[in-house]
Design a protein around this ligand. Structure first.
Ligand SMILES: Cc1cc2nc3c(=O)[nH]c(=O)nc-3n(C[C@H](O)[C@H](O)[C@H](O)COP(=O)(O)OP(=O)(O)OC[C@H]3O[C@@H](n4cnc5c(N)ncnc54)[C@H](O)[C@@H]3O)c2cc1C
Length: 381
């Protein structure tokens, strides 16, 4: 693994410090109460974390996607919900506007999103369109100078907070020459009449990350809210997901590392049969394997990010990183709970939260099966 350049290393250590001193102490209570950590998000905004990969002209920090990923790893180490608020806020919420928005749209929406004063959601998944995201049923019909949107989205992160300013949604806007659906992306401001973020889900984990089903009932937005080219919305969203896989791999790497750190600490303190449990080879080897998984996951996302920033193809490597890192998080969460014995099943222990939180890493932004499809395709199969 290459040594980090100084500015990346500085960012990583600043975020690590913030994660340990601010995020970790607040996270258990937000998790227990299923509350959104507004005060933590505001501080992350002040630190510039939401603006990391955006140019200064849009209120960003002039960094890049790797910088964002390093920050996500450090947050994911102590609290996946907080990390996901940043991951979805930047990678899925603001990034489509940055990549596909016209100048006016960027000027209008990005400064608040890059400052973390506002959040945006990414509305792709529907009740009947998850892995098969092209099966979109939501429609947007032109009526004069407006789009009229009807349909439902499901499981949308950051879509219903008090500071959510918009959701970008994919919707069928017509039929292509080959008879297939033409899917476009449209910006829907949160205060649009007919657009409702329904009550939040009762989830197994990621309790302080905001997730809602969305309803669109004759929701009207100006035609200027079309994001990117008409009919290119699906392809554009898939490219956002390619990048997003590096970001979610970084969160998962952090989670995997958090499980190692907690387990090392516990194994050095806890005694059984007159010895520290870390002196039992079965425990030490379990933790050694966990460390190897976290290391491998980190190498995988560093490499995918390196290719992406070099302008080289990175689809396969991003899928590998996402799969390897999410499996590392899940496997490490299971093993860390085992190392902690009964205490690992108590919510007050961070590893218990990782145990509940990690499963969704293998599902969101493309399931493991979808990653395998992408890797196989990358091999020409
Ligand atoms: C907490 C949370 C937050 C989320 N945030 C967002 C968000 O912000 N925006 C958004 O758009 N979506 C979001 N999602 C949705 C997420 O991306 C989808 O849940 C995921 O892509 C899987 O889709 P699905 O749930 O419909 O499962 P399905 O696609 O129905 O899959 C069910 C099972 O079948 C398998 N499967 C499906 N098709 C195939 C195939 N062809 N070959 C082999 N196996 C297959 C899957 O791998 C899976 O194991 C979120 C989900 C959750 C739970």
């Amino acid at each position: 693994m290459p040594e980090l350049e100084e500015h990346y290393a500085d960012l990583k250590s600043t975020v690590a410090d913030f994660a340990d001193k601010v995020v970790a102490p607040a996270s258990a209570e937000h998790d227990r109460n299923h509350t959104f950590p507004y005060e933590v998000v505001a501080q992350m905004g002040q630190m510039g974390l939401f603006g990391l990969p955006f140019p200064e002209e849009y209120g960003g920090m002039g960094g890049d996607y790797f910088a964002l990923s390093l920050a996500l790893e450090e947050l994911g180490r102590v609290d996946q919900s907080t990390a996901m608020t940043l991951e979805a806020g930047v990678g899925l919420g603001a990034m489509p506007i940055f990549h596909f928005g016209n100048e006016e749209q960027k000027q209008k929406w990005l400064p608040d999103l890059a400052a973390g004063r506002k959040l945006a959601g990414f509305g792709l998944t529907e009740p009947g369109a998850g892995s098969d995201a092209g099966a979109t049923k939501t429609t947007a019909k032109r009526d004069g100078d407006q789009w009229v949107i009807n349909g439902n989205k499901q499981f949308i992160t950051n879509s219903g907070t008090d500071i959510t300013s918009l959701v970008t949604v994919t919707a069928v806007t017509g039929t292509r020459e080959n008879g297939k659906k033409a899917i476009s992306t449209i910006i829907v401001p949160s205060d649009t009449p007919g657009f409702t973020a329904e009550p939040a889900y009762d989830k197994v984990g990621w309790n302080s990350s905001d997730t809602h089903p969305l309803t669109f009932a004759d929701a009207r937005v100006p035609v200027e809210n079309l994001l990117g080219e008409e009919g290119r919305g699906y392809a554009n969203f898939l490219s956002i997901l390619d990048e997003g896989r590096i970001a979610i791999a970084a969160v998962a790497t952090g989670a995997a590392q958090g499980c190692v750190d907690e387990s090392v600490k516990y194994a050095r303190e806890r005694e059984s049969m007159g010895q520290k449990i870390g002196s039992f080879q079965s425990i030490a080897f379990k933790i050694a394997r966990m460390e190897a998984r976290a290391h491998t996951a980190r190498c995988a996302y560093y490499e995918a990010a390196r290719l992406m920033l070099a302008g080289k193809p990175f689809k396969k490597e991003a899928a590998i990183a996402k799969m390897v890192a999410s499996e590392a998080a899940m496997d490490n969460a299971r093993d860390a709970t085992q190392v902690h014995g009964g205490y690992g099943f108590m919510n007050e222990y961070p590893v218990a939260r990782h145990y509940r939180d990690s499963k969704i890493l293998e599902i969101g932004e493309g399931t493991t099966e979808v990653q395998l499809m992408l890797i196989a395709r990358g091999l020409g199969l």
